[in-house]
Ligand binder design. Structure first.
Ligand SMILES: [Cu+2]
Length: 154
């Protein structure tokens, strides 16, 4: 009787763990899936010490350079409209950087010779003129701390 109970409990636990394993494996796979039709593609390249954004739709390069004195950027920013899905293709021209938009929960490494892609879901409630901070979060040299930019809602 005791043996049968032990076997039943063991099988119940094994079944539970197997179920969680299958569920989380499927979920992990879908988290990384990219939408086939984003509103915008942007190629993001990390440089010591600024972010470059390339907009293939209109063949425009932007070198976004942060100015710590007045918390602004010159050269341009990452632009998107409310409710958009923006696919970022992130790489680096020199050392390893990390592309981070803390307010939107986006963080992905920028690695030389490799392209890491991610979809950014711009909130529909975002108002025009909203500036989301972009910050390099991988120590990349002297001016790492000012390797910032903005995602600007237009
Ligand atoms: Cu960096």
């Amino acid at each position: 009787m005791v043996e049968r109970l032990e076997i039943a409990w063991t099988l119940a636990v094994v079944g539970l763990i197997a179920g969680v394993a299958v569920y989380s494996t499927i979920l992990l796979y879908h988290i990384d899936a990219l939408t086939p039709d984003p509103n915008e593609y942007v190629d993001v390249t990390g440089h010591q010490w600024y972010w470059e954004f390339y907009y293939p739709a209109n063949n425009t390069y932007v070198n976004s350079t942060y100015n710590a004195a007045n918390n602004t950027v010159s050269g341009g920013a990452l632009w998107a409209e409310p409710g958009w899905v923006v696919q970022l293709n992130i790489t680096s021209a020199d050392v390893v950087h990390s592309f981070n938009i803390p307010q939107l929960g986006i963080r992905l490494d920028a690695i030389p010779g490799r392209i890491n892609s991610i979809d950014v879901n711009i909130p529909s409630s975002a108002t025009i003129g909203t500036m989301y901070l972009i910050q390099c979060t991988e120590f990349c040299g002297t001016y790492h701390g000012t390797m910032r930019s903005f995602l600007e809602i237009v």
